[in-house]
Design a protein around this ligand. Structure first.
Ligand code: GLN
Length: 483
């Protein structure tokens, strides 16, 4: 049961061969068996089973909504009415949202069941899930290594088959990088495709929600439900609705795949490179052509991001002051002291580092030197992609320079941690869609991801390219050992 695609689960539910209550109970017990992974922050069986009963009632009445009765786990960054939403932080450790995020709302309307809220790096800042106030998540492939971050709980849950599918968010790689480390499929849609309403803000111009699933087909199905214009998010793009599942029928014959020389250079692990090149050969067999391309400003992506993302974060996180909601320091002498103690106690080290960097970059004396410069660079990075797409239809390369690393091995070196996202960050800076799919294992049995990047709002082509690979290979079916 836990290996079935969500489309099949939905069919079984509608055909009444299994009830949503049974299915939900089944995954809840799997979550319990895999508690050591620490993949979830909140699991509330009563809440989930009440939703499952409601889905069963709707099925009885003939409701055939796409995800009716299917249990789905959510990154704890999506506001859920009546359930904790902590964003992996102490400062929101007691926060129960009075409303649902649009993503949750659309899934609820379609009858999906909330299986629980997954662990994540605090405020989505991190690449290893180690900045979570609720402790690190373990990678199901090797419990001594990280699952990646910041959507590490979601990726670990899908990999361990304790959730049929999950949501994540990606500001600089947080869907794709954990998907690569956990051997699952993670899709970051074009910026503006999925509403950010009710998604706790980190860096608003980069944040984008998306699915973490076992296959591109499941991702398309989930996206069909959550994507689309939302008047409550001013950056949500109003376009004709796309049927992402129907878009999976394209051939890749003649597809021009661009390979950025910068993605295959210094710092790339040789086993990752070899495996990615083997996957590319598979595409050639399917009739695609490989073209070398240039993304000349690639080396500036990480520095550019680490000015812009902290700047936006420093502004977004100003709202956590102990007055409106969330944690408040118990002892203080006056209002300023309350603010200071609340933030000092409520935020972790990485979040404080980002707030300080961002506040500095936005300060009157340094705004032009850092923030404005980074914005100019962002433009150039987007232009690099525009020029590359004159020669190719999609871009491919490794998702990450290495496979999952040991827990604790990079926590003292923020720069080494930041470099994990060297191939993913530019995609967010340019607002493009990108997916990571599993394409093999290294010699120690850890998953390797291939990244596919598309043109702005070319989400369907990206999903289709991933799907075509998954139709002829079975890396996405591989399960972590020992279950
Ligand atoms: N690892 C990057 C960071 O720490 C990206 C995180 C994300 O995509 N949310 O900011």
């Amino acid at each position: 049961m836990h290996n079935k695609p969500i489309s099949e689960l939905a069919n079984d539910l509608v055909a009444k061969t299994v009830s949503s209550v049974e299915l939900t109970q089944y995954f809840l017990s799997r979550i319990e068996q895999h508690e050591n992974l620490n993949a979830f922050i909140t699991v509330d069986p009563e809440f989930s089973l009440a939703q499952a009963r409601e889905a069963d009632r709707r099925i009885q009445q003939g409701d055939k909504s796409a995800l009716i009765g299917v249990p789905i786990a959510h990154k704890d960054i999506f506001c859920t009415k009546g359930l904790l939403t902590t964003c992996g932080s102490r400062i929101l450790s007691n926060f129960v949202s009075p409303y649902d995020a649009t993503v949750i709302d659309r899934l609820n309307q379609n009858g999906a069941v909330i299986l629980g809220k997954t662990n994540m790096d605090e405020f989505a800042m991190g690449s290893s899930n180690e900045t979570s106030y609720f402790g690190p998540v373990k990678n199901p492939w090797d419990n001594a290594t990280v699952p990646g971050g910041s959507s590490g709980g979601s990726a670990a849950a899908v990999a361990a088959r304790i959730a049929p599918a999950a949501t994540g968010t990606d500001t600089g790689g947080s869907i794709r990088q954990p998907a690569a480390f956990c051997g699952v499929t993670g899709f970051k849609p074009s910026y503006g495709q999925v509403s950010r309403y009710g998604m706790v803000a980190f860096a608003s111009s980069l944040d984008q929600g998306g699915p973490i699933t076992r296959s591109a087909e499941d991702a398309a199905l989930l996206l069909n439900v959550v994507a689309g214009f939302d008047a409550r998010d001013s950056t949500s793009v109003q376009r004709q609705t796309t049927d992402f599942v129907a878009g999976l029928g394209e051939d890749v014959q003649g597809l021009r795949i661009g390979l950025p020389t910068q993605f295959f250079g210094h710092g790339l692990d040789s086993e990752v490179e070899r495996t990615v090149r083997e996957a590319l050969q598979e595409y050639e067999k399917l009739g695609a052509t490989l073209i070398d391309i240039d993304l000349p400003n690639s080396d500036l992506c990480v520095p550019c991001y680490y000015v812009l993302a902290p700047s936006e974060a420093s502004s977004n996180l100003a709202r956590y002051d102990g007055v409106r909601y969330g944690y408040r320091a118990p002892d203080y002498s006056n209002l300023i002291d309350m603010y200071m103690k609340t933030r000092a106690e409520g935020f972790g080290e990485e979040v404080k580092r980002r707030i300080m960097i961002g506040t500095y970059a936005l300060s009157a004396g340094y705004y032009d030197a850092y923030y404005v410069k980074a914005q100019q660079l962002r433009r150039l990075i987007a232009q690099d992609f525009e020029q590359a797409f004159a020669q190719c239809d999609v871009i491919m390369g490794p998702t990450t320079p290495t496979t999952a690393f040991a827990i604790g091995s990079k926590t003292d070196d923020p720069i080494a941690m930041y470099l994990n996202d060297i191939y993913t960050i530019s995609v967010n800076l340019a607002g493009l869609p990108g997916i990571s799919i599993p394409v093999g294992l290294d010699s120690t049995g850890k998953p390797i991801g291939l990244q596919i990047i598309g043109q702005y709002f070319g989400d369907t082509h990206v999903l289709n390219a991933a799907h075509r690979f998954q139709m002829t290979t079975d890396w996405h079916q591989l399960e972590p050992p020992g279950d």
